[in-house]
Structure formats: structure tokens, C-alpha cells
Design a protein around this ligand. Structure first.
Ligand SMILES: C[S@@+](CC[C@H](N)C(=O)[O-])C[C@H]1O[C@@H](n2cnc3c(N)ncnc32)[C@H](O)[C@@H]1O
Length: 224
């Protein structure tokens, strides 16, 4: 990404995000990037689903690695996880350095996440294995046996091809019974699509100071 294509901006909780000029889109909520990562992904998905057994988590859109970092911190509380994150356009180390997330994430953890090699599983800590995969979600095959999905694509108005029915059918197939998916997008059309594919969908309160609602979708348990 060229310098003139983006700006680093400070969000309402003091943490930074990236704004892409061409599509007028942010990587995180401008109401608080860290607050969003903690509320929608770490708490409503990872901590909610984690019952102590090792989990397989799939993130759509690694971006800055902020969701990965807050999850790695929560994993240290005894919640082992294999964190697979797909990213089509990995960010340069220089841009990541300018985000100054070491103000909110321990800097050794931040370094370990960003120095981890792409396209292989790397043990970051005793409870956190990270696999950053340079991949196109729309074109590449998805792994199966997923327990938690962080669906953190750009907004439907900006990247509609990521939010089609086929996306949620593929994720449903990739997920274990009882697995959950969270996303910041609570639009009625997306909620109905998730229900139509077979998920049980809850509308949850959004992050403090941010969106009013978010979605959590659960793949129903199989009946015999
Ligand atoms: C909203 S940002 C994700 C923010 C990220 N989770 C974080 O913690 O910083 C959306 C991400 O999806 C990535 N992306 C866009 N199209 C993609 C595709 N087809 N496959 C995989 N990643 C894609 C973008 O490059 C961007 O990093």
C-alpha cells in the first residue's frame, strides 16, 4: 500500500486505525479500535465460546493483527487456541510500526505476532498458535473444524462480494456444530441471510460508544 493511499487515524478510545482513502473505509470502528476488538471478537466470541478445551479460530481479515493480539492475551488465561487468519493484502511492517499498538498491547507479544512467518503455524505462547495465511477468502478453500469465526471484512457497502450468501454457506460448512461467528455488521439483510443459511442469530449490544448492535451467529447442534 502506498503512503498516499491511506491515513493512520486516532479513534475515540485513543487506539489507532487505518483509513483507506480510495474506498473511504476504516479497518476498525472510529469509535474505538481496541474497544471494538475486545467487545465484538475477544468477549462476544472467543471468551463466550471458550470452555477450556483447545479451540480452532478462523479470522477473515488479519489487517493490523489487533484482534489476534487481544485474543492472544485472553488465551494466556488458560484458553488454548489455534488462530488462523486469512489476509489478501498483508500490511507492511513500516505501517504497523506507525500504529503504536505497543501502547495497548505488550510489545513482546506485538513483535512476536508480526514477526511470525506467514503461511505456517507459529507457537507464539504456550496457549496461542498463530497461522497468518496470505489468502483470498473468496477464492481459496476454507479449513474445516472451526469453533469460532471472527468475520471482520470491510463493510458490505464497500466490499459487497464478501457478504453474499455463499460466504455464509461456506463458513457454515467449515464450522463445527455449536460453533459461533461474530461480526460488527448488524444489518437486517445480513441477519436474515445468516438465519436462512441455518444459523441461530442473536443481536447483542454493541461496543461502548460504538454501534448499537452486533451479531452473533451459532451453528445449531446436529440432531440424531
Ligand atoms: C476490517 S479489516 C480487518 C481488521 C483486522 N481484523 C484487524 O484486527 O486489524 C478487513 C481486512 O480484510 C482484508 N481483505 C479484503 N479482502 C479480502 C479477501 N478477499 N480475502 C482475505 N482478506 C481480505 C483487508 O485487506 C483488510 O485487512
Amino acid at each position: 500500500m502506498k503512503r498516499e493511499d491511506f491515513e493512520i487515524q486516532i479513534t475515540d478510545d485513543g487506539s489507532t486505525t487505518i483509513w483507506l482513502k480510495e474506498i473511504d473505509e476504516h479497518y476498525h470502528s472510529v469509535k474505538g479500535a481496541l474497544t471494538e476488538a475486545n467487545h465484538i471478537y475477544r468477549d462476544a466470541a472467543f471468551k463466550f465460546r471458550h470452555k477450556g478445551e483447545p479451540l480452532r479460530l478462523l479470522e477473515i481479515g488479519f489487517g493490523t493483527g489487533l484482534n489476534a493480539a487481544v485474543t492472544a492475551m485472553a488465551a494466556e488465561e488458560g484458553r488454548p487456541v489455534h488462530y488462523l487468519s486469512l489476509e489478501k493484502y498483508p500490511l507492511d511492517a513500516e505501517i504497523l510500526g506507525e500504529m503504536h499498538y505497543d501502547a495497548v498491547i505488550p510489545s513482546d507479544l506485538w513483535q512476536a505476532i508480526h514477526q511470525a512467518e506467514w503461511n505456517r503455524a507459529v507457537q507464539i505462547s504456550s496457549c496461542f498458535t498463530l497461522e497468518k495465511r496470505c489468502a483470498d477468502f473468496l477464492a481459496d478453500e476454507l479449513p474445516h473444524g472451526i469453533d469460532v469465526v471472527y468475520f471482520d471484512a470491510f463493510a458490505p457497502e464497500k466490499q459487497p462480494e464478501m457478504w453474499g450468501r455463499r460466504t455464509f454457506e461456506r463458513l457454515y460448512e467449515a464450522m463445527n456444530p455449536g460453533a459461533i461467528l461474530t461480526t460488527y455488521c448488524a444489518k437486517g439483510a445480513i441477519r436474515r441471510m445468516l438465519q436462512d443459511v441455518g444459523f441461530k442469530v442473536e443481536r447483542l449490544e454493541g461496543p461502548p460508544g460504538g454501534k448499537r448492535e452486533i451479531l452473533r451467529a451459532t451453528k445449531k447442534q446436529e440432531r440424531c
